[in-house]
Design a binder for this molecule. Structure first.
Ligand SMILES: *Cc1c(COP(=O)(O)O)cnc(C)c1O
Length: 410
């Protein structure tokens, strides 16, 4: 839990004073709360169980936060992994996630990555979520060479438009992801694809930061209709990730419970009423598990007034945290010390030579001064994992607050 301690007037996360850490450690840095992380995972899982989702498998999308302590902590709770590279495969395995709980998505899986996944277990990982028939042909060939039968799911492009940022919408015809329904039906019997692969599932993933569930309902409908048309039975349906986070604190976003209820109702309506097949349901949540567990701590280097604008120039930049620059995302900014200074309109900007290098513009904050420390909230997803060395800057370090309140580097 994050709050300003009334006595000390400083921001605390799980009882740890961020000021105490920030004066000892060099800013900028990320800090993650294990308590929040596991609460988010358990909330998601319990919502699935409460809504009678069949044998749910929750595969954490590593790309949102592949930090070792984060992944280990989720592995201990029983999470699987949704991976998109060989690096993420290695990270999942080293953090204790078993291959039978790993699904591999992505349009550009290489021969080397496919072999690595095939080698990880008797018949490889839980599922290769296949995005093209060219890829399927290669998996089939490599599995034959390895004398294995690869488990695959076909990722359907359900052709739905979703209301999210255009960079993170993935389920429309013009997007590179997934396969079209007619192509799937056409290729179901071709030997060059299927001699050493076994079709165990169907998958979808229509985008990220979804805050309206209508498109999800439509996509699940498409998935169920396709499944019925194939005449096959499936071990699982993978409904992807993408559930949004309430960054703006408007409290009008769908909760995990709302989401699970929708998934459950959609499967009932479009599938269970038409067949006796009862596939298990796989989920690939990233953001909704990791986002609120992370904070980015950065220090004001100096302030500057330019005409009507008041800038606080901080030591963190868009190379450390890019979501505000890249997606125009909103992230709440909290000065870590309570203050009685006059509240003024402030632009929080970094040191990078780009105008987009900005964490918040025109936000009302007690007037900042050099050496003040601020926290950028909800950065546990697509924060450090998207950081870079742009401008030859070091990548920010990461720290972890364990459930026992112990802070360690990670
Ligand atoms: C990115 C991604 C996810 C996770 O998305 P979130 O919005 O973080 O939940 C899940 N599945 C696939 C295939 C992805 O590419």
């Amino acid at each position: 839990m994050t709050k300003i301690n009334d006595k000390s007037k400083y921001l605390h996360i799980d009882g740890v004073s961020i000021n105490e850490i920030a004066v000892k450690l060099k800013t900028p840095f990320y800090i993650y709360s294990e308590t929040t992380l596991s609460e988010n995972y358990l909330k998601f899982k319990e919502a699935a169980i409460e809504n009678k989702i069949i044998n749910p498998l929750i595969c954490f999308a590593l790309k949102s936060n592949p930090n070792k302590k984060v992944v280990k902590s989720l592995a201990k709770l029983g999470a699987g992994a949704d991976i998109v590279s060989g690096g993420e495969l290695k990270r999942s395995l080293e953090c204790g996630i078993c291959p039978q709980k790993i699904v591999f998505s992505g349009v550009g899986k290489t021969e080397e990555e496919i072999n690595l996944a095939l080698k990880s277990h008797k018949n490889g990982i839980y599922s290769f979520n296949v995005e093209s028939f060219e890829e399927l042909e290669l998996i089939n060939k490599l599995a034959a060479k390895a004398k294995k039968t690869a488990r695959v799911a076909l990722r359907l492009n359900p052709q739905v438009q979703v209301k999210t940022h255009k960079h993170i919408s993935t389920g429309f015809k013009t997007h590179k992801f997934g396969l079209l329904r007619e192509d799937i039906l056409k290729n179901l019997k071709q030997r060059k694809y299927w001699s050493h692969t076994s079709l165990v599932g169907l998958s979808i993933h229509i985008g990220s930061q979804l805050t309206c569930l209508k498109a999800t309902d439509k996509a699940i409908k498409e998935l169920c209709q396709l499944a019925l048309e194939t005449g096959k039975s499936f071990e699982f349906f993978d409904v992807g990730g993408g559930l949004g986070v309430d960054y703006e604190r408007t409290k009008d976003k769908p909760s995990c419970f709302d989401y699970m209820k929708l998934v459950s109702n959609a499967l009932e309506k479009y599938y269970y009423t038409r067949t006796n097949d009862r596939p298990r349901v796989v989920f690939e949540p990233g953001r909704v598990i990791s986002a609120t567990s992370g904070h980015f701590i950065t220090k004001v280097i100096r302030t500057k007034t330019s005409g009507d604008c008041f800038f606080a120039i901080v030591d963190g930049g868009m190379n450390d945290f890019v979501r505000t620059s890249l997606y125009g995302a909103y992230h709440e900014i909290i000065p870590i010390k309570k203050s009685k200074r006059k509240v003024v309109s402030t632009d929080i900007v970094g040191p990078i030579c780009e105008t987009a290098d900005c964490f918040g513009s025109g936000i009302m904050l007690p007037k900042l001064m050099a050496n003040d420390i601020i926290s950028v909230s909800d950065v546990g997803a697509y924060g450090h994992s998207m950081s870079s060395n742009y401008n030859m800057r070091d990548k920010p370090r990461e720290f972890f607050i364990s459930k026992k309140g112990k802070v360690s580097k990670c």
